[in-house]
Design a protein around this ligand. Structure first.
Ligand code: THU
Length: 174
């Protein structure tokens, strides 16, 4: 169907995606830089004997502490878990009550014997990350190393996953 005819019977909408691009990590604030470095340092603890891609994630909590996570692979490939979810589940699954407030997050990735490169969260991780932001009712900023070597800074995780699945779709709980 030609664009003009579908436009006549539907409402065309557009989405704007907001983020900042930094030429170098040197432009990060001291707090951001700390999280950025913690994500890179975490890659040392990755277990990636199958993909040989070592991923680290770091969370900055409101009390100033850092929580790290790494990808953990398995011989049954789908049973492994990404660094972002390891960090979040490790934080939230280890204490009673709601997780502590998360302020910011960073991700890093590198081959086993190589330099740091791009590390963009997969769709499943975006879904999980967003639920923690929704749950705490406060935005979580995110730093990602881009494909071109720059730093992408998102103000909120919601910007990574428009039209996400949420509890709103689920039937009312008894
Ligand atoms: N991986 C992550 O840890 N985070 C992502 O967002 C993308 C992929 C891991 C999963 C697997 O261990 C390896 O990277 C290759 O896909």
């Amino acid at each position: 169907m030609a664009a003009s005819s579908i436009d006549s019977i539907t409402t065309r909408r557009e989405l704007a995606l907001h983020y900042h691009e930094l030429a170098s990590p040197d432009q990060l604030t001291p707090a951001e830089r700390q999280v950025w470095e913690a994500a890179r340092a975490a890659t040392a603890h990755s277990y990636a004997p199958y993909s040989h891609f070592h991923v680290g994630a770091a969370l900055l909590l409101a009390d100033g502490s850092l929580v790290q996570g790494t990808n953990q692979e398995n011989a049954a490939y789908p049973s492994g878990l990404c660094a972002e979810r390891t960090a979040l589940f490790g934080l939230a699954g280890n204490r009673p009550g709601p997780p502590p407030l998360i302020v910011g997050m960073a991700v890093a990735g590198r081959p086993a014997q190589g330099e740091f490169g791009p590390a963009l969260p997969c769709g499943a991780c975006r879904q999980v990350m967003l639920e923690y932001e929704v749950r705490q009712g406060q935005p979580i900023w995110l730093l990602l190393p881009s494909v071109s070597g720059t730093v992408l800074r998102f103000e909120r995780l919601a910007d990574l996953l428009p039209f996400h699945f949420s509890a709103d779709a689920l039937p009312p709980q008894a």
